[in-house]
Design a protein around this ligand. Structure first.
Ligand SMILES: C[S@@+](CC[C@H](N)C(=O)[O-])C[C@H]1O[C@@H](n2cnc3c(N)ncnc32)[C@H](O)[C@@H]1O
Length: 279
């Protein structure tokens, strides 16, 4: 199932949310956790020998994680100028390494992607479903994976969305149309209804959830809530449809999958000598 919002209306200001995340929550601990999580999903000790392309880098924390994991070369791009400057800020914090390039780019711009060439690890976490043309974005991103390379993506799963995709579409419409004060109230509503399940006795489990969020990818609970409530345009993908699409179109093999959260994480390998097949 695919469920799309109208891409032309009210694009969410992802970059502002990422800028505030780094200003308020950046810490060496989050940086370490992001690198740990990246390596553990990849099943590797380091990224030595890896050329890492980060599509939709957001805060830049995961590009920084790739640097910490010793990737040879990193290229981060994002559509939102504030995501680009925030990623640039983390690059600066890391000492402006010459093997890490940060710039503005659009995964839907095939000419731009052609210029980037191919990479042996392409990472795009929580991005391709926010482009307004998810399947095209998946296809474009997949084209940047070198033969033998890995493709690590995370997409909102239609298999787990509750209460329904339509419900969240309505919430997102309201959130994006709201002023800052109204947005704050929608965030409180979200915490009450979904964080606490309308039960104040679940406070301890909410605190645990907040800690787990940090432990997972180094993210922050409130930043993720804003990203979830605001994130627009937005589509959901059926897990199996993603696997079938990449297999049919590019012969990509699924190496690993993690399901059960809002975003399903997929790790694919592009077999050596694969060529894309016609539709
Ligand atoms: C939910 S954030 C994820 C950020 C980061 N990958 C992470 O895991 O924290 C989605 C990011 O995708 C970016 N984005 C949306 N459409 C894009 C496009 N067409 N090309 C490149 N980046 C895009 C947004 O600006 C935003 O920074």
């Amino acid at each position: 199932m695919t469920f799309a919002g109208n891409p032309s209306s009210n694009r969410y200001e992802f970059g502002a949310n990422w800028a505030s995340f780094i200003d308020r929550h950046y810490s060496p601990e989050r940086r370490r956790m992001a690198a740990q999580k990246l390596l553990s999903f990849l099943g590797r000790q380091s990224l030595e020998g890896i050329h890492f392309l980060d599509i939709g880098s957001g805060s830049g924390l995961h590009s920084l994680a790739a640097l910490d994991a010793k990737a040879d070369r990193i290229h981060s791009f994002d559509f939102d100028p504030l995501s680009v400057s925030t990623t640039g800020k983390l690059r600066h914090l890391a000492g402006d390494p010459p093997n890490w390039n940060v710039e503005r780019g659009d995964v839907l711009d095939i000419d731009y992607l052609n210029k980037l060439g191919t990479w042996n690890l392409v990472y795009s976490w929580g991005v391709l479903h926010h482009t307004g043309a998810m399947w095209q974005a998946i296809e474009n991103a997949a084209r940047t994976v070198a033969p033998g390379g890995l493709f690590f993506i995370a997409l909102y799963s239609s298999n787990v969305v509750r209460p329904s995709a339509q419900f969240w579409l309505d919430v997102k419409r309201r959130y994006n149309a709201a002023n800052p004060h109204q947005r704050r109230w929608l965030e409180y509503w979200y915490i009450w209804r979904f964080g606490l399940g309308r039960n104040p006795l679940r406070l301890l489990s909410l605190v645990k959830q907040i800690y787990e969020k940090k432990k997972g990818r180094g993210m922050s609970y409130m930043t993720d809530i804003r990203d979830w409530l605001g994130g627009w345009p937005m589509e959901f993908a059926d897990d199996q449809a993603v696997i079938d699409f990449l297999n049919r179109r590019f012969d990509f093999e699924l190496v690993r999958i993690s399901t059960g959260e809002a975003c399903t994480e997929f790790l694919f390998r592009n077999p050596i000598k694969s060529t894309s097949k016609p539709n």
